[in-house]
Design a protein around this ligand. Sequence first.
Ligand code: C2E
Ligand code: CA
Ligand code: CA
Length: 435
Amino acid sequence: MSPEHISPEIQADSRLPAESASAWPSGNSHVAIFLCVVTNFTTLRRQTGTADWRMVMASLVNWYGETLPDSIAEQIAPDCIQVTLPTKNREMLETQLRATMEECERTFLARGIGLVLAIGAATTLDDDQLTLQEHAERALAEACRGQRLVVLTVEPDSQAFEEIAMLRDLPLAAANEELFLLYQPKIHIRNQTVPSAEALIRWLHPVHGLIMPDSFIAAADESGDILEIALWTLRRVIADQALLAERGHRLRLFINVSGRLLTDSAFIDSACALVQASQAEIGFEITETSVIHDPDLAIANLERCAVVGIDLAIDDYGSGLSSLAYLKRLPARELKIDKQFVTQLTSSHRDPLIVRSTIDLAHALDMEVTAEGVETPAALALLTVMGCEMVQGFLISAPVRLAALSAFLDDYRFETIQADTVPTVMRPASFWKRA
Ligand code: C2E
Ligand code: CA
Ligand code: CA
């Protein structure tokens, strides 16, 4: 779209100076912030071109600034504006934002721009701007997952408030020895061996208690604390592997590595040096999409890891965007089928087909397949018939502390010798439950 296609209203709007939101409304203890993002920004900017897109965003800033009384709006990113406004309560804000969001989209559509907006808002009675900002960002992240409008209230005792407060302690979690690892074994069905186990992290916070990785890994990834956490995990795993070896157990230990670290040369250098110095048998579990930001660099780094003997497994296969182009290029030996397909394996019509074709695909690419989330003997039997090599899940063992993993390995060896003539799938469920 060339400048003459941009409607006169937008051209006129964009000449008005946007007010700055850096000023905090004074003399008013009820304050709200909302972040409004254009979710189809890439498509629209491609249509308008960069210069005209600036005009559209300036016009959006002015539209909100003028439509909401006493508000202050500013653009904070190419696709995002931030608006600060005094407000009475959360419900009123939500109603007002829902109505204005629709009105805004209609107004811009009439001007030839089909904006699709998502809004994350937060209100507070207190005047901690940082907390309010963090709540608005969190609300926006939720809104972008599909609800389009999310309004949170900052209350000192709310769960969201506690989580944000807790995440401020994250940088010191490793140094304060608040992190620990659990291990979940992977069983090779045909060989009757336990070739590897996966390390899963936990955070024991002194005030908030046990915190699961889903509640802090994404935040650590964003804040950059993930580097420290990943190196802590790798050192711990190397030390634990040596302890297992002392007890006669030799198995590869896998750690989960988040995408951002694959292009972080500080991480790759340190990880390769640690593995090389210790001669540990380590594996990385990564998701296929984690290489998406800079595939050439990520794949080159993974090849460096392969040179020092780090194995690669593709995690959560099928849960995100799958790209055969990446899958083909990744130096992986193992493909892990996401547990959502495995837990439903015997109750769904489509999941067995997906699992079956994924196993065939992996074999065609010379990879072994691990099914995660194996919870029932029926799922194990079906996976065995389908040619899946390895299984992992609550049926075999939940993630456990190192000492319990070691005991499991003692027991497993014993059970294997006892039952080596009985085909795996014919074993009674009690065998697997006991394991
Ligand atoms: P994941 O890598 O897919 O790990 C498998 C998750 O499934 C684990 O949850 C595990 O406890 C759970 N699980 C294991 N067996 C079964 C089963 O039979 N049924 C069901 N329904 N679930 C099962 P967890 O430990 O809460 O970990 C969640 C996610 O957090 C992991 O998913 C992984 O993506 C991430 N994570 C864990 N530790 C680390 C870490 O050290 N670094 C990074 N970057 N991410 C980690
Ligand atoms: Ca994993
Ligand atoms: Ca997984």
